[in-house]
Design a protein around this ligand. Structure first.
Ligand code: NOJ
Length: 540
């Protein structure tokens, strides 16, 4: 059982904030965000209460997939700055008592990476086996039916060497062959390079893709495929992803981290929850936090979300620390999915559940998905696919800092257009206004970080119906909290099993309700969420 006395580590107690560096803050007026820009905004993050920053890739890259196609794992792309800027960033982050998490992209490199240039130069190059090469089938057709996540076949023909190579994403992102020990060693030394610099952890890109079936068997047809789905979903990727051997690799990566004190590893893994939790590894020697994306994927429905929370709590392995994610650079923004009122309820959910929360930049000021005209689409996932709605550009637009031209992001026209509403929805307009989303986020984070029950305490479900989710957070000896969230726009009546229960509303999505005393019979407004303090001597 967790008690305030048990020792929790920074990544269990903290709040992670994802920065998409292209879009955070531009310091050299080229329309693209950069590391010196991020440094300028660290005071803001500290003010907000953020304890760890995760940066999407800042390495040299031809930018076919905006940095997820890396051509040098140990450098900084000049667009983002220099290695000196990076060293300054890590120093400034640490000086503020915060942590820095880097994106590690081990599944694939850029096709411009020297490793791949060598690998494709000839069939007998020593690095040939660093990537996944295959002959055509005897009849000349593709090696198998594996599809690329970004559309079309996963195999690309290499004319000069007369073989196919495999790419789970773009053809400019060839997959590394992780069955080759030399590849493993090369990536482990990349990890050590950054850990030696003092980086506190990695978010590992597409961890579940890293190993493929040794026999390259065909993936089966997905019986639930619907025409509106991405073509990748036509097949079930049972042989191209989530292979048993991946866990050995994750364990080896974990070993590298364990050579250093208190470093951590997040795994980006889109899998059903029972498979997801296997990435904690045997005896917890896998990923510290396999990203839990349920809040991004489930319909915004109280019963379904309540069940998912309980299911997740139920399947977590002993010692496995939970985590919750509400947005990232690959998904629609929460405010666009559920609307502004419910986005406040969602913030309360994210910051009161048990487990480490990850906030996506801009969600704290209610940024919305921005409509990007056809001719301005930049994301390869939008450009390659017949369905432009799959483009991820809308959730990657520049951060809205103030109401000046280009939202205080840059003095030059940004690489992606800015939301039209930026003159109202921006940090400076929201910072000193008690009713804003930004104030709500800041207060939620403060409360979470001050209260042992909310930060690391136990979770107990107490209520769920078609509209409302209710749960308690408790830590021995400290005040407990009852959280009630109305996930609908309509008022709701609630009768808790313990009608005698009494407490004071500490924080509410409608701040005017704070301070009122509530009991086990409560009615909530539509879109209302409340955090009720239950005095330590009043609950068992
Ligand atoms: C997951 C990343 O989050 C996404 O942005 C990227 O396109 C793919 N991995 C490929 O690296």
């Amino acid at each position: 059982m967790e008690t305030p006395l048990s020792k929790h580590l920074w990544w269990q107690e903290g709040v992670i904030y994802q920065i998409y560096p292209r879009s955070y803050k531009d310091s050299n007026q080229d329309g693209v965000g950069d590391l010196p820009g991020i440094i300028k905004r660290l005071d803001y993050l500290q003010w907000l209460g953020i304890t760890a920053v995760w940066l999407s890739p800042v390495y040299p890259s031809p930018m076919a997939d905006f940095g997820y196609d890396i051509s040098d794992y140990q450098g900084i792309h000049p667009l983002f700055g220099t290695m000196q800027d990076f060293d300054r960033l890590i120093g400034e982050v640490h000086r503020r008592g915060m942590k820095l998490i880097l994106d590690l992209v081990p599944n694939h490199t850029s096709d411009q990476h020297p490793w791949f240039l060598e690998s494709r130069s000839s069939r007998d190059n020593p690095k040939r086996d660093w990537y996944i090469w295959s002959d055509p089938k005897p009849d000349g057709s593709l090696p198998n039916n594996w599809l690329s996540v970004f559309g079309g076949s996963g195999w690309e023909w290499d004319e000069p060497t007369q073989q196919y190579y495999y790419h789970a994403f773009l053809k400019e992102q060839p997959d590394l062959n992780w069955r080759n020990p030399a590849v493993q060693e090369a990536m482990f030394s990349v990890m050590r390079f950054w850990l030696d610099k003092g980086v506190d952890g990695f978010r590992v890109d597409v961890m579940w893709h890293m190993v493929k079936d040794a026999r390259f068997r065909d993936n089966p047809v997905n019986p639930n495929y619907q025409p509106h789905m991405a073509t990748y979903e036509q097949l079930l990727p049972v042989y191209s992803t989530d292979q048993p051997e991946v866990h050995e690799l994750v364990m080896k990566m974990r070993h590298i981290l364990d050579e250093y004190p208190e470093r951590m590893m997040i795994g980006e893994i889109y899998l059903p929850i029972q498979q997801l939790v296997t990435y904690y590894g045997i005896d917890g020697k896998g990923a510290h936090l396999p990203f839990n994306f349920q809040l991004l994927q489930l319909p915004w429905d109280a019963q379904q979300i309540a069940a998912a929370i309980d299911q997740y709590e139920g399947v977590l392995p002993a010692g496995g620390w939970p985590n919750w994610v509400l947005g990232n650079h690959d998904q629609p923004r929460i405010t666009s999915r559920v609307g502004k009122e419910q986005a406040r309820v969602a913030a309360m959910l994210l910051l009161t559940l048990r487990g480490t929360p990850t906030i996506y930049y801009g969600d704290e000021i209610c940024m919305r998905d921005v409509a990007i005209p056809f001719e301005e689409v930049q994301d390869p996932q939008g450009l390659n696919m017949p369905d432009k709605n799959l483009s991820r550009d809308p959730s990657r637009t520049p951060m809205q800092w103030d109401n000046s031209a280009f939202a205080g992001f840059s003095e030059a026209r940004p690489w992606l257009r800015i939301a039209q509403n930026y003159s109202r929805e921006n940090v400076s307009a929201q910072q000193n206004d008690p009713g804003t989303m930004l104030t709500l986020y800041r207060r939620l984070i403060q409360l979470r970080q001050q209260e042992p029950a909310l930060m690391t305490g136990e979770y107990t479900p107490v209520y769920a119906d078609k509209q409302v989710i209710g749960y308690m957070r408790k830590a021995g000896g400290a005040d407990a909290f009852l959280i009630l969230l109305n996930l609908s726009h309509r008022p709701a009546y609630i009768r808790l099993a313990d009608e005698q229960l009494q407490g004071t509303v500490e924080l509410a999505t409608y701040p005017e309700l704070e301070g009122i005393v509530v009991s086990g019979r409560i009615n909530l407004n539509g879109d209302e969420g409340i955090i009720v303090r239950l005095k330590a001597d009043q609950h068992s």
